[in-house]
Design a protein around this ligand. Structure first.
Ligand code: NDP
Ligand code: OXD
Length: 302
């Protein structure tokens, strides 16, 4: 029973040391595989092209929180995502920063700074802005708590609509949720249901001048709809951490739009020790037959 590591080389020494300490076998890279039958789990962002090479493969572990980048897996191979408090805290920090940037008009001030223009905009209380968080899972819940503590009026959207620390709308009440949202935060997984959800219909349902904070996935967003909404003033600004494609080509219009601020998918980066710790928990669960932590229900369309 071994885990094949095909992720970022910089994380390798930490993983190796932690696997050795746990008494678990880890193979560093496909070139080091001598007996493919040993491999029961693969930790990766992008998996090896030919998974049929590993007859005893039971788990593919995404080294991130998302799994949408992974191809359909062979029958009998479980899909697991990394659960790590560091990922969740990092994304929370990015979303709080991005929300505050829109709340405090930073796209305008960044543009004014380029022009050497000293000009104040009206400042509003956080309590006068309604934040709407699409996706109230592990990350959305943390973000809701933090933004509520800053005084924003926060609500969420999820499939179930189960209330948490803030009121949560079910998907069936999407339009109602959007109509009460001044700053829209997307923290959804990319699925067949959520692809393109940030499009013309959603933007039109928001109050005029709303802002968009997007840390989900690039394919949630229709870029042409975003450009029109920004140019027409339906949206006043957007903060994007994810784009389609990634990397965003240097000549893409989004880099230069004055109402848009883009970061290169850096809301979170998995900490090596936290990632290894989760992988070890997965290997222990595989050994004992316990439920796999972070297992994704593929039937739900992830
Ligand atoms: P979770 O699986 O914990 O939560 C997902 C949430 O989305 C749940 O509340 C779920 O609802 C809801 N949801 C799923 N489908 C729909 C739908 N069709 N309509 C409304 N709500 C829906 O995920 P995480 O919080 O851990 O992560 C969320 C996403 O954040 C990741 O999938 C990834 O895309 C992104 N991410 C981005 C990072 C970055 O660096 N930019 C880093 C890490 C994550 P319910 O609870 O009812 O099932
Ligand atoms: C992730 C990400 O899914 O980095 O962890 O987006």
């Amino acid at each position: 029973m071994a885990l094949l590591f095909v992720s970022t080389p910089a994380r390798l020494p930490v993983w190796q040391q932690m696997f050795d300490a746990a008494g678990l076998r880890m193979i560093a890279g496909e070139a080091a595989v001598t007996d493919p039958a040993e491999v029961t789990a693969i930790a990766c962002w992008i998996p090896p092209a030919d998974l049929t090479r590993y007859p005893n493969l039971r788990v593919v572990l995404s080294v991130g929180a998302g799994v949408d980048h992974l191809p359909p897996l062979p029958e009998g191979v479980a899909l697991v995502r990394t659960l790590a408090p560091g990922i969740e805290a990092m994304v929370r920090d990015w979303v709080v920063m991005a929300t505050l940037m829109l709340h405090r008009d930073m796209p305008t001030y960044l543009q004014q700074a380029r022009e050497g223009l000293w000009q104040s905009q009206p400042v509003r209380l956080a309590s006068s802005r309604r934040v709407g968080i699409m996706g109230m899972g592990r990350i959305g819940g943390l973000v809701a708590t933090s933004l509520s503590a800053l005084g924003f009026e926060v609500a969420g959207l999820s499939r179930s609509g189960r209330d948490g620390a803030v009121p949560v709308y079910p998907t069936a009440r999407l339009d109602e949720f959007l109509a009460r949202t001044d700053l829209l935060v997307c923290l959804l997984p990319l699925t067949a249901e959520t692809r393109g959800i940030l499009g013309r219909q959603a933007f039109a349902a928001l109050p005029r001048g709303a802002g968009l904070v997007h840390a989900g996935r690039g394919q949630h967003l229709d870029p042409a709809a975003l450009r029109d909404a920004l140019d027409e003033g339906q949206l006043s600004g957007a903060m994007l951490d994810v784009t389609d494609p990634e990397p965003l080509p240097p000549d893409h219009w989004m880099w230069r739009h004055p109402r848009l601020v883009i970061t290169p998918h850096v809301a979170a980066q998995t900490d090596a020790a936290e990632g290894a710790q989760h992988a070890i928990a997965v290997m222990h669960a595989l050994q004992s037959g316990a439920a796999l932590p972070g297992r994704v229900d593929v039937a739900l369309g992830y």
